[in-house]
Design a protein around this ligand. Structure first.
Ligand SMILES: Nc1nc2c(ncn2[C@@H]2O[C@H](COP(=O)(O)OP(=O)(O)O)[C@@H](O)[C@H]2O)c(=O)[nH]1
Ligand SMILES: [Mg+2]
Length: 244
């Protein structure tokens, strides 16, 4: 994905010389627009980016360097988000994270990666197997947690994720865990059943953060599902896009 975007920028920069005129700037902007749209970047985002680059380049004198600087600045502004950055800990431990997303989006893998990150920060981490939809889901977590040497909470005979999470929370509180990562079940698409289950899990887990995991290769579809998820359900949700 980043290769396509890099090509978009390179092609646009080629259209403009070190000192150039407004016509060249328009050509470069058009090239950028064409390439970004081809790379499935949202049209509103493209419009916003182009407007910023145009104004900024003109303000600093039209030329290759100014165009490049303007692009860098506009991209940075676009990618920067308000609020907290990175992983934040709850003032009242354990910090509970609810991992959500569609089936196959990368929830379980990301849960493992997060656990490693936290373990390296000397945190005591518990992963909760609350995906009871797929038979292989718990086994997948067993393999991951064994490999990374992080404790797994599972209840072999339970079919109810709410019960599992509720028991896991009691356990985590009594054993003074720093972080609890709850891996939940996804569905092929957002449906009432998924929302109902996650609502119940959320009630018993009372999470500090809700992470929504999406595959960036699904392009604008990832944004659409994340938006509908957020609107329907989790106002404070954080989106994790896996990009490689
Ligand atoms: N390339 C790539 N593949 C990933 C990544 N995360 C997960 N996957 C793969 O995507 C598939 C689904 O991942 P999984 O974590 O089981 O998704 P879940 O159903 O949301 O729990 C698996 O085959 C993973 O190996 C990633 O960051 N990059
Ligand atoms: Mg999973």
């Amino acid at each position: 994905m980043f290769d396509t975007l890099t090509d978009s920028f390179t092609n646009a920069i080629k259209k403009i010389r070190f000192h150039d005129d407004e016509k060249a700037l328009i050509k470069a902007l058009n090239e950028l627009k064409k390439n970004l749209l081809k790379a499935d970047v949202n049209h509103k985002v493209v419009k916003e980016l182009l407007a910023k680059v145009q104004v900024d380049t003109k303000a600093n004198g039209i030329g290759k360097d100014q165009f490049l600087d303007a692009m860098r600045k506009a991209l940075y502004e676009l990618l920067e988000i308000g609020g907290s950055k990175g992983f934040t800990f709850s003032p009242n431990p354990p910090t509970v994270i609810l991992m959500t997303g569609l089936q196959g989006s990368g929830k379980t893998t990301t849960t493992g990666k997060l656990a490693v990150y936290l373990k390296n920060k000397q945190k005591k981490v518990l992963i909760v197997a609350a995906d009871l939809q797929r038979l292989a889901a718990v086994e997948q977590l067993r393999q991951i947690t064994t490999q990374i040497e992080v404790e797994l909470f599972e209840e072999t005979d339970s079919t109810n994720p709410v019960d599992v999470v509720s028991a896991a929370m009691k356990y985590a509180n009594s054993k003074l865990y720093d972080v609890v990562l709850i891996d939940t079940a996804g569905r092929l698409a957002i449906d009432d059943e998924l929302m109902g289950e996650l609502s119940e899990v959320k009630k018993v887990a009372n999470p500090h953060e809700i992470y929504y995991v999406a595959d960036s290769l699904t392009g604008q579809d990832a944004i659409r599902t994340a938006t509908s998820f957020k609107e329907q359900f989790f106002q404070n949700m954080m989106v994790i896009l896996r990009v490689v």
